[in-house]
Design a protein. Structure first.
Length: 362
């Protein structure tokens, strides 16, 4: 009896088991890292809290002031950061797959800029409303956040539809998609500037304040909506994880294996645009998270979307929370715009990836 095929199958099974264990260990590491970053984020602020006091406040004991700071100020901000990081990173991961472009993300395809344009239109022309306290400019608020979210989604989906139509045209390369995304970004930015030019001072102040990006702006209701949409999107993406794995081999291969490529691209891009646009609508523009997170995770988890999707989702939350920690520490007690910090982190990586992937994209 020939035992070589049996031994070969056993060796392959052992190697696959080790492969799966390593991926799960990587996910556990990311989850642990997120937990550590959450604890650090709770402790950072003008009122410094030691770890024992934080733990007591989390479990309902400790000083009353500490409980108020943890539960009413810092935890809502952290929950918003996690939900936004989930949405942006997940959207970037899926966009890179279905468009077969490693540079695709909400910020590079014009989705973020389109969402900003829609939000500005809602504030200036469609009655979203502005409320500005005379005590401090930091209390500028938009009185109809859900209307802003709707218009932000419409602006983001406009950019997505244009990209999808372009991707169907013959001879279109991945580099061309990014160039069109840059053009769309410039167009939406110019449109936003024109609207501000004809708006009054209060509306301009509200739009500018909105574009800064601020995790403290969203309340529990808005954060819950982002989390709900992100969770629903994650379920859909996980259910299609094997389809995304097949898509890595090309659309022709995916079609030959029975994947409805056109429908998968359409639904995936729509869902990715929805979650990223809603996240941007409630907290403002936060760039490059959707680009950075998937590529960091790919470095040690590869392109297996069974693990890349949840890994990118967790990494997005880690990046946003780390940027928020930096925004509160660099010029304390002032809080810097988190969108500016993520841009400083993402722009050099974007340039590096253009140089590295130039031969593939061209």
């Amino acid at each position: 009896m020939n035992m070589k095929p049996v031994k070969s199958r056993q060796k392959a099974a052992d190697e696959y088991s080790l492969y799966i264990k390593r991926k799960w260990m990587a996910l556990i590491f990311l989850a642990t890292l997120l937990l550590v970053v959450i604890l650090v984020s709770i402790s950072v602020g003008s009122a410094g809290l030691p770890l024992p006091e934080i733990l007591r406040a989390l479990f309902g004991s400790g000083q009353a002031q500490s409980r108020i700071i943890v539960w009413n100020v810092r935890l809502p901000r952290i929950a918003t950061g996690i939900s936004v990081g989930f949405a942006l990173a997940m959207a970037g991961c899926i966009m890179q797959n279905v468009l077969r472009n490693p540079l695709a993300s909400p910020s590079t395809l014009g989705v973020a800029q389109g969402a900003s344009f829609g939000a500005a239109a809602a504030i200036i022309y469609f009655g979203a409303g502005v409320q500005i306290s005379t005590a401090a400019a930091a209390t500028i608020t938009v009185t109809s956040p859900y209307m802003v979210a709707f218009f932000a989604f419409m602006g983001g989906i406009t950019s997505t539809v244009f990209i999808l139509l372009l991707s169907r045209a013959s001879g279109v390369t991945p580099a061309s998609m990014i160039l069109v995304g840059v053009a769309l970004s410039a167009m939406f930015t110019g449109g936003t500037a024109l609207m501000q030019y004809f708006a009054d001072d209060m509306q301009v102040a509200a739009v500018v304040y909105w574009t800064f990006g601020n995790l403290g702006r969203a309340g529990w209701n808005e954060t819950s909506l982002i989390l709900f949409l992100s969770a629903a999107a994650l379920v859909y993406f996980i259910l299609n994880r094997m389809n995304y794995n097949v898509m890595e081999s090309g659309t022709h291969t995916a079609k030959s294996l029975g994947v409805n490529v056109d429908l998968l691209i359409l639904i995936s891009m729509t869902v990715a645009t929805l979650i990223s646009s809603v996240a941007i609508a409630f907290v403002g523009t936060i760039n490059f998270v959707g680009l950075i997170a998937p590529h960091i995770v790919r470095r040690f988890m590869g392109n297996d979307y069974r693990f890349l999707i949840p890994g990118s989702t967790i990494m997005g939350a880690v990046i946003v929370l780390c940027a928020d920690i930096a925004s509160r520490m660099v010029a304390s007690p002032a809080i810097l715009p988190i969108g500016a910090l993520t841009s400083f982190l993402g722009a050099p990586l974007f340039v590096y990836m253009i140089i590295k992937k130039g031969k593939i994209a061209a």
